[in-house]
Write a protein that binds this ligand. Structure first.
Ligand code: NAD
Ligand code: DAU
Length: 354
């Protein structure tokens, strides 16, 4: 069996559903259920004997050690994190606690467990540290895409906390021999993404007739990766990736934020004829330290592991928007309570104008 951390979040829930469908190996999910984690994301697994959930903190070393002793997973897929950059600007401290301290404690518990394993089990064990392209900083237009040798130049508290976690994961491999692999991927999109992130936020606001807040000029570029493609990449890395290496994962879909917002509006216009959702676009104050462009050179994962993304952005965004259109109950559930408070704090200009 494998241990997944953060399995109630956006990527974690997609990964567990994909894993049980494709690999059919039991999963233990350790998740703290912060504002971003929802048990409902895995409701389809209710009663599935191959799935178990434990609510807890990755920084709780006693709990993690006990789970490792009792369940003896052959791998840890580490996805638990504070993941939203804007929140790290509003309050950096939780990012240091979850992403840096939490990852270090998880590495410590994994190492304490790994060194007790018999040699064949120890050799097969993997710690997969799921990270982000944001650790590499920002590219100018035309500059070569990030490859694995690109220096870490994080620009936000979120990116710095993930870069720190990557450095510690590397250190636990180099110093203590723990079989770590790190992946650095680009912006994911797809079902069950918390509507603080660009794509679900835009769909949510457009459907409510609310302004679509584009930071600055909206010409920042991201490389969009469908979450299902990300899951297949993680499976490939876990299966065939080289211990001690890092692998960059991208969607081969660089788009400006304005292009993304207009693509969403086009799908919504077709689904709700009569409305012209792009009229709701408002340019608002830019994000401080806003990275201009991310781009991924995926040569290593393509050549070594034979992985490449399968979902074209145009199809992926269409399917994603339709998922949110047909899952109003999920959106209503996750946008109740604390969500309203965050949105009012984050977009004061929009609320003042309304
Ligand atoms: P998310 O915010 O949707 O989910 C994070 C999950 O982690 C939640 O279920 C939350 O309850 C859980 N969690 C947080 N702190 C915890 C703790 N201390 N102990 C246990 N559980 C905890 O995040 P996501 O978008 O699914 O991202 C998953 C991982 O992938 C993160 O490490 C993130 O940095 C990385 N990543 C995300 C993207 C993206 O586009 N979403 C891109 C690159 C990398
Ligand atoms: O690149 C990988 C990263 O992608 C992950 O590590 C992060 O966990 C994930 O949150 C994401 O970070 P971004 O900051 O790129 O994603 P976000 O959806 O917040 O923003 C995408 C772009 O859209 C970014 O340039 C900022 C812009 N944006 C975002 C929001 C929420 C807006 O213009 N308006 C908005 O309201």
């Amino acid at each position: 069996m494998i241990l997944v951390t953060g399995g109630c979040g956006f990527i974690g829930s997609a990964f567990i559903l994909d894993w049980l469908d494709q690999v059919r190996e039991p999963v233990l999910n350790l998740d703290l259920l912060t504002y971003a984690g929802h048990l409902g994301n895995l409701r389809d697994l209710d009663g599935n004997p191959a799935y178990r959930f434990v609510r807890g903190d990755i920084a709780d070393i006693d709990l993690v050690s006990r789970l490792l002793r009792e369940h003896r997973p052959r791998a840890i897929v580490h996805l638990a994190a504070e993941s939203h950059l804007d929140r790290s600007i509003a309050a950096p401290e939780p990012f240091i606690q979850a992403n840096v301290v939490g990852t270090c404690r998880l590495l410590q518990a994994a190492h304490d467990h790994w060194r007790t394993l018999p040699p064949t089990e120890a050799a097969a064990f993997r710690f997969l540290n799921v990270s982000t392209d944001e650790v590499f900083g920002s590219l100018e237009p035309g500059e070569a895409a990030f490859d694995e040798a690109h220096p870490h130049r994080p620009n936000s508290p979120y990116a710095a906390s993930k870069a720190a976690a990557d450095h510690f994961a590397r250190a636990w491999h180099r110093t203590f021999g723990l079989p770590v692999i790190t992946t650095n991927c680009s912006n994911n999109y797809g079902p069950r993404q918390f509507p603080e992130k660009l794509i679900p936020l835009m769909v949510h606001n457009a459907l409510a007739g609310q302004p679509l807040p584009v930071y600055g000029d909206g010409r920042q570029v991201r490389d969009w990766l469908h979450v299902v493609d990300h899951c297949s990449a993680l499976r490939a890395v876990l299966d065939r990736g080289r211990v001690g290496e890092t692998y960059n994962i991208g969607g081969r879909s660089e788009r400006t934020n304005l292009e993304v917002v207009h693509a969403i509006c086009k799908v919504l216009d077709e689904a709700r004829p009569g409305a012209h959702h792009a009229d709701l676009v408002r340019h608002v104050e830019d994000r401080p330290g806003h990275d201009r462009r991310y781009a991924i050179d995926d040569t290593r994962i393509a050549t070594e592991l034979g992985w490449r993304p399968a979902i074209a952005f145009e199809q992926g965004i269409r399917d994603t928007v339709h998922w949110y259109l047909t899952h109003a109950d999920w959106v209503a559930c996750v946008t109740s309570g604390a969500y309203r408070h965050w949105v009012e704090q984050q977009y004061p200009s929009i609320h003042a104008a309304a």
